[in-house]
Design a protein around this ligand. Structure first.
Ligand code: NAD
Length: 420
């Protein structure tokens, strides 16, 4: 493995795949882990998270050999390109990596580098846990009720990038095909129009839904909820729901039942240890997240719904500064916070690094370093509970000490040393 556009560390060994079928990894004591700090506030939260993860690894008798990768602004500056092949290859080869946010221009310019990375590596499951940390202010009265994990399909839907700009030859060809050949002649207004395609495949839906069900089984969760807008988009979102129930009925035997089976065969009482798969319409789901928060545990949904829902759920547990995530597929994990690059705060050493730090926790769990992962969560929670917070949380609590991004990370590191 030789790279030109990567900072290869002097020490460390690569993580390898131990079992092709299960995706289990062989993790050395000093694994090489690629990191992209990211654009905008990525330059603040990236290094902060790195320090905390180093401390957690060292406190549990290990270390991390970081491999610095470039994408977005940092890659343009160094190599005059947005996403060097070496960056993608290094993540592919090293299997477990972490990234900060990357900026995507709206309307024109290049397509999302985040989406490109997920697609190139076929990281088909975007996993976003939302749970409340003690001491984090929230706009809802009982934020502790939220303990949910969203599995968002990462490669399809209107995010697939199959779209045509208004007033181009291509879009007029698509319009003519849709109107003349497919018979939708009254559906598209005259005049300039942009058109996008929404592919939802059986393959893409089922592999994502399996991840959600497997997670529920392995983590003692009782329900998996398929979230869709199948009442309107019958052949895409409706099909997602139907394929979800097919997976539940055909692939898991007695371990999983559908909501219909729950009522028809079990009088509404799920047998001990059984996962129940149900479904909710997306708009209703967004209100239920607020009104019946505790009833939802594992969500499986398509790309766009998942994006909206996990931001909304994130707001209930303290906002984007807190919400972590990770992208998974084929025995690989690319951890990344839910938030973007918040350009107006870039380089100010101001924003909250918790989302990036907790994304690191997801990465540590994936490595099988459960003790280090727990230490990260406990240290962050203790630091916030003690009232030491960044500006976003400080303005919502009484008292408390407002600290910079880097100082917050230092306090978390100190707490890791105390707890270890
Ligand atoms: P954003 O998440 O960057 O910021 C929205 C607002 O949330 C900020 O103004 C700030 O008030 C708050 N916020 C975000 N992160 C915070 C943190 N760590 N601490 C405290 N407050 C925080 O969303 P945006 O402004 O819509 O997007 C900016 C850029 O980020 C766009 O180019 C967008 O495409 C990109 N983006 C990237 C990713 C990713 O890399 N995965 C995700 C979302 C958006």
């Amino acid at each position: 493995m030789s790279y030109e556009k990567v900072e290869v560390p002097e020490d460390g060994e690569p993580i390898t795949l131990a079992d092709e079928e299960t995706g289990a990894l062989d993790v050395p004591e000093t694994p090489i882990i690629p990191i992209i700090h990211g654009d905008g506030i990525g330059t603040d939260v990236g290094p902060a998270a790195q320090k905390v993860l180093d401390a957690a690894a060292e406190a549990t008798g290990r270390s991390i050999a970081w491999m610095r990768l470039y994408a977005g602004a940092s890659a343009r500056e160094k190599y005059d390109e947005n996403l060097p092949d070496d960056t993608v290859q290094a993540i592919r080869n090293h299997r477990v990596a972490i990234k900060g946010p990357l900026t995507t221009p709206v309307g024109a310019g290049f397509r999302s580098l985040n989406v490109a990375l997920r697609q190139k590596l076929d990281l088909y499951a975007n996993v976003r846990p939302t749970y409340h940390l003690d001491g984090v202010p929230s706009p809802v009265t009982d934020p502790g009720q939220m303990d949910m994990i969203t599995f968002r399909e990462n490669t399809e839907d209107v995010y697939a990038g199959i779209e045509w700009e208004a007033e181009t030859e291509e879009v007029e060809q698509v319009r003519a095909f849709v109107e003349d050949e497919m018979g939708f002649d009254e559906k598209i207004h005259d005049g300039p129009v942009g058109i996008g395609i929404k592919p939802i495949s059986e393959f893409g839906s089922k592999r994502l839904i399996r991840e959600a069900i497997n997670y529920a089984i392995n983590n003692d969760r009782d329900t998996v909820t398929l979230v869709h807008k199948g009442n309107i988009m019958k052949f895409t979102e409706g099909a997602f729901r139907d394929w979800g129930y097919e997976v539940a009925e055909e692939e898991y035997g007695d371990d999983v039942i559908t909501e219909d089976q729950l009522w028809d065969e079990h009088d509404g009482e799920a047998p001990e240890g059984t996962v129940v798969v149900n479904d909710r319409i997306a708009d209703n789901m967004l209100q239920q997240l607020l009104t019946r928060t505790g009833e939802y545990e594992v969500i499986a949904t398509m790309n766009l719904n998942g994006d909206y829902m996990s931001d909304a759920a994130g707001a209930q547990i303290g906002g984007l500064g807190i919400a972590p995530g990770g992208n998974f597929g084929h025995g690989r994990c690319l951890a990344e916070p839910v938030h973007g690059s918040a350009p107006k705060y870039a380089g100010e050493d101001k924003v909250n690094p918790t989302a990036m730090i907790l994304s690191g926790r997801i990465m540590l769990e994936y490595l099988g370093w459960q003790d280090a992962a727990a230490l990260v969560k406990d240290a962050v929670e203790d630091t916030i509970s003690s009232g030491t917070v960044t500006y976003d949380l400080h303005r919502q609590i009484e008292g408390g000490t407002r600290v910079a991004t880097s100082e917050f990370a230092e306090r978390v590191v100190e707490r890791i040393h105390e707890l270890a």
